[in-house]
Design a protein around this ligand. Structure first.
Ligand code: 11C
Length: 347
């Protein structure tokens, strides 16, 4: 009984959360295979008190696997996801490798779960900053229609991996101790320059594209349209990295189609929305903050207010654990839905 599950990228920041989330959610596992690049192979990972040795991911690693959760970078997914599918596994891929491929569903269960039925072996898990925004926007789209979204993000360093968190910690200590320090990772490991993240804000996440937007900003723009099935939605994004370890925050401005809607009505709608926790009580200084969201699966929303000039326009503040709803939890939730909907069956 249960499923043979493989986690690819098992030693990474997201892979570790995927393993923990599978356990926390009591996912029906008959066998767990932990895979990684050659560099991390051989490491031992403690899973519920049992040591499992991580193996190098190869095409043959996927024999007998029912569900493979990938989070080891786009090139690994491009090479090995088709091999897993060839061997009968359903892949939930947390990289950008297949997200915009028209034959690959890009799924946030609260928004477009029915797209799971259209899969051809791979289901893409969206970018973390996109996921938390669409969970909050979808109930609004459904009831009032959606015309335009302008988002500014305040993103945690764990989005750039465990080494980026270490860089933040080390720089912070060095600056407090008035010591010399280095910047080697942020904003982007593979870009030409690196900047201090401690006590700073960097308006670059991923590399710049020819249109002046960064790749992270383009992910938010393109993925939102695809997930919400709104190709003509007007979306703009500015993505900024902050010295926060875990938890992305977003200031979201949106314009709806229906007239005469009040902020109280939007609050009432989001109070009962799936996957959303409303924390909106300015009189008592209640609003979401990343420090309170770490380790939780939900998307937290507050500061909902109507624009002072544009009556169809509203502002809200959206916070979530980028490693959970933004990555590991959304992937495991997809796997759960695949099982519950009978889309994946144990071999
Ligand atoms: C960040 N959003 O915070 C990125 C990390 O496409 O899944 C997630 C990258 C992705 O740096």
């Amino acid at each position: 009984n249960g499923f043979h599950v493989a986690v690819v990228g098992a030693t990474g920041a997201v892979g570790q959360q995927m393993i923990q989330t599978l356990i926390n959610e009591n996912f029906p596992i008959k066998k767990l295979t932990l895979l990684s690049s050659a560099r991390s192979a051989g490491k031992k990972v403690n899973v519920n008190g049992q040591e499992i040795t991580v193996q190098e991911a190869k095409p043959e690693s996927f024999e007998d696997v029912d569900i493979a959760l990938f989070s080891a970078g786009g090139s690994v997914s491009k090479e090995l996801a088709p091999e897993a599918v060839k061997r009968g596994a359903v892949v939930v891929d947390n990289t950008s490798a297949f997200r915009m491929d028209e034959n690959t569903p890009l799924v946030v269960p609260e928004v477009n779960e029915t797209d799971l039925h259209e899969h051809n072996g791979v289901i893409a898990n969206p970018n973390c900053s996109t996921i938390q925004m669409v969970v909050a926007l979808e109930p609004i789209r459904k009831k009032y229609g959606l015309k335009k979204v302008i988002v500014s993000t305040y993103q945690a360093v764990s989005g750039a991996g465990a080494a980026a968190v270490e860089e933040l910690m080390n720089q912070t200590k060095s600056i407090i101790n008035e010591e010399e320090f280095e910047a080697n990772i942020l904003p982007v490991g593979s870009d030409k320059k690196h900047y201090q993240i401690a006590f700073n804000a960097i308006p670059q996440i991923d590399k710049f594209q020819d249109n002046g937007f960064t790749f992270e900003e383009m992910k938010m723009i393109n993925e939102t349209k695809k997930i919400m099935h709104l190709p003509d939605l007007q979306v703009a994004a500015t993505c900024v990295r902050l010295p926060v370890a875990v938890g992305h925050s977003e200031s979201v401005y949106f314009e709806i189609e229906a007239e005469g809607v009040t902020a109280s009505e939007i609050k009432a709608l989001l109070k009962d929305a799936p996957g959303v926790v409303l924390q909106d009580d300015p009189d008592n200084q209640i609003y979401p903050m990343p420090a309170d969201c770490v380790g939780k699966n939900d998307v937290f929303v507050g500061r909902i207010r109507q624009d002072l000039d544009e009556k169809l326009g509203f502002h809200m503040w959206v916070v979530s654990d980028n490693l959970l709803k933004g990555a590991a939890w959304n992937s495991v939730q997809i796997a759960e839905r695949l099982v519950e909907l009978g889309i994946v069956k144990s071999k």
